[in-house]
Structures are given as C-alpha cells and as structure tokens.
Ligand binder design. Sequence first.
Ligand SMILES: Nc1ncnc2c1ncn2[C@@H]1O[C@H](COP(=O)(O)OP(=O)(O)O)[C@@H](O)[C@H]1O
Ligand SMILES: [Mg+2]
Length: 510
Amino acid sequence: MTTDTPAPILEVENLTKIFGSLVANDQVSFSVQKGHVHCLLGENGAGKSTLAKCIYGASRPDGGTIKFKGKEAAFSSPRDAIRQGIGMVHQHFVLAEPMNAVENIVVGEEGAGTLLHIEAERAKIQGLCQQYGLNLDLNVPVSRLSVGQQQWVEILKALYVGVDLLLLDEPTAVLTPQEVESLFSIVRKMVESGISVILITHKMHEVMTISDRVTILRKGKVIDTVNTKDNTRASLAKMLVGREFDFVVHKEKVARGEPVLEIQDVSALRDNRSQALKDVSLTVHRGEILGLAGVSGNGQPELFDALVGVRPLQSGRLRLNGIDITNMSPSEIVHRGLASVPQDRLKQGLIPEFTIEENLILGIHGVQPYCKRSVLNFKEIKEFARKSIAAFEIKASGPEQIVHQLSGGNLQKVILAREISHPIQAMVVSSPTRGLDINATYYVYGRFLELLKSGVGILMISEDLDEIFNVSDRIAVIYNGRIMGVFEAGEVSREKIGLLMAGVEEDDHS
Ligand SMILES: Nc1ncnc2c1ncn2[C@@H]1O[C@H](COP(=O)(O)OP(=O)(O)O)[C@@H](O)[C@H]1O
Ligand SMILES: [Mg+2]
C-alpha cells in the first residue's frame, strides 16, 4: 500500500467462514479506505454475501479479525453493528409494507413507538431526502412505492442513524438502468459527505462506473484488490474467471423464418386474481431470439406459465407452428414441440430429490425409446443420461446423482439437456443464465445459437439488460402486463428500453 492513501475505515484480515465442508470465505483480507466506494466483485457463490454478513454482525466468522475505525470489532448482531456505524442494505428488502417510509425508518430506533416521536423525526428524514435529491412520498405505505424507491427507504434507514460505512448487497439487481443511475448518484453524494460504501456486484461495468477500488473474489478467496482506474472490464473479467475472456456472443446471421410461436391478445390473472397480462401479442419467428425485457413482477412469470399450459387464459390465443395450443395440457404442449426453461429451476424445472437420469426424462418419460408399452427402458434412459452429462459437461458423479446436490450451472444444463434433446419447434426461457458463472452463461448461449440454426425460435424472458442486448435479434418490453413495444435489437438504445421498462411511453418524459 502506498503512503498517500488515507486511513482505512475497515480492515478485514484472514476472515474465514465455513458451512459444513464448504469454505465460503477462505482467509479473506482486504481494507476499505475512508470515503471510498469499494466494490466486492465475484460471481454467484463466490462468497460476497457471506463476507458482508460477517462484517455486519449478522453472521459469526470462524476465523480472522475485522477492524473498524482502527479498533478490533466483533459485532454480536446487526443492531450492534449499526450502533457502531455500519449499515447494510440487503438483496431482499426488510420493510414493513403497510407502514410508510417515516414509520419504517424510525421504527426499531430507541425511543420509537410514539406517534409524537415519529412526527418529530419526519423533518429530519425530509432533510435527508433533500440532501440526497430523493423525490419520495413519505406518507404512502411503502408497498405503494416502486422497487427503486423502496431501496431508497432502506438507504435512508442507514443515513438516518448516521452510519460511517454502508454495505449494499447487489443493489442494482432489481433496478431499471435509470434507477441504477439515481442509485449511483446517491452513492456519490454519500461519499462526498464522508460515508464509505461497500458495493457488492457481479457486473464489471458497475465496478468501472462507480468504484475507487475493487476486491475480486473467486470461490471464497481474494484474488486481488486493485485500483479501479488502473483496470478495464477485460482485466477484471480475467481475475474473475481466471483466464482471458471473450465477451462477444459470436452470432452467425440466421435467416428469420416464418412465425413459430404466436401469442395473440393474451390476458391472464395472477394467483391473487389481480390482472397479470393485458392483451399481450408477440410473435417469435424461426431462427430468432425474441428478448422480452422487463423489471421483475410485470407479468413475466404468468406469461411463461400461460405458454407452458399451467395458467388459464382469460382471453386470447396461443399458436405453435400454426397449431392452436390454447387450453392444451402441459404435456400435450411439450409433445407439440415447445421446450421451456423456467426461472426457478428447482421449484419448476426439476424434482430436487430425483436423480439426474430421472429428471432428464421428466415430461418425456412416456416417449420411445425410454418407454415401450408403458414400461420404462432403464438401459436407454441411462445411456441418454450418460450422453447428456458428457455433451453438456455436467459436473456430476454420474446419472444417479441427486440433482439438488448440483450447482446452479449444472442444474441449468440438466434442464437444457432434457428440453433440447428431442426435436422442438420453439422454446421459452426465463432468466436462462441467472446465477450461472461466465463460462456456463456462454455455454448456454452457444446452445441457443445451435437451436436457431436448426430453425427453432426462442422467446427469452430476462431482467438482465446485458443479456437482452447480447443475444436478442429483436427486443420487446413488458410493463405492468402490457407490451410497450417491439424493436430490432440493432435499432434501439438501452436508454429507450430502460424507459419503457419503467413504463415511460414515447414523448412522455415526465
Ligand atoms: N447459510 C448457509 N449455509 C450453507 N451454505 C451457505 C450458506 N450461505 C451461503 N452458503 C454457501 O456459501 C457459498 C457462498 O455464498 P454467498 O456468500 O451467498 O455467495 P455470493 O453472495 O457471492 O453469491 C455458496 O456456495 C453458498 O451456497
Ligand atoms: Mg450474494
């Protein structure tokens, strides 16, 4: 370390955290300078959240030391950490939904509970909103605020208490690009007023945009801590995955063929009977990926469910390869050639306590050669499983391994192997690479491209704009259950898509 760097506010030394046989944090050491934005960069499962929880007192390390403001700290609880000046905003917010922002912020503080007290604190919170440029309605239940605004409430909680260090765990995962920008402007203002920020992310461009320094974690270990300005996206990626990485999806031009999956004026309800989809129309052609962008909760899971036959339509029609599949059973739809990869792989796509080979024939178990005269042919099934494991490079002990023991990337490969190992017409995928490491991600994209070449059409639902722009031929946006527009991927900007994701229509810049 050079001598002109300011004093560290946080020093982590040899921190180790073990879950059973898994070393989630392995002798992690790094320090955060006062007034810096310090990123923790690592792929899913690298140990970032575990590390943050140890720092914040929500989890007990098994070894190592944490020094805060020069003094050794062992916070016994998050409450203890906050009292001493460390706050954290979690991936999943912990707000009381029926209460308004002021009540959420003040509750839990000493002296809280009386209405008078809450009213007295309103002015202080208003002052913070002004200081940070937050246009926030303090009077409505937080359930009525947008996701971005709910995140502001979480941040305000920490600012209200007056923390010196704030940890943000993957704060951008739930935000539109515009919301990310306003979050980053809040972060910059915090730093100006002397607060240090640890921002956890797996996105290289966020590190490049916002941070002063970055610690790269891989499989629980620190690879390095470096100054951001001395690095590039490529140099960070190299540390992240351990080798040179080529970000480009090498996409050969595949001719767009005839429509293969037609969604026509589809309306449907959520489980709670609220309107999920309103007159949704989309057409997926052979040889193309139609990306469906949108912030989570805007009707995407209901559209997926409607397509695979598990959610009834109020109105509208679905056609696959010209055949009306509206109201067909899920298995009939599969047999007609619609493959699907759900977002929640373990809940919807696989049976966790079944083996790989059993999961590989789910839905196709009635088909030859796996089944003859209603008798399962175990030899064929095992052979299919062996071939799939080899072809998809599934890391497993063998066909008989139970799937819930597999990592996210390998679960995804099991589903893909099953879904595309028989002839298909079209495929609907939801967040296909969420939780996958970079290698597995590009492997999945490679498989998609092969499918396109064989004339399959793919509807790709994703909340990740990088993914949408990386692989889509056309891009549609869904907001509040409606399609906001459909564009050629090369002819539309991220800003435009971002605005539509937030529900802002053409010429409506309010
Ligand atoms: N409470 C827990 N019990 C067992 N294993 C856990 C627990 N929390 C996290 N892990 C494991 O520790 C590893 C690191 O997880 P995590 O810190 O959440 O990673 P990241 O935030 O970088 O995605 C993962 O393999 C995860 O499955
Ligand atoms: Mg995490």
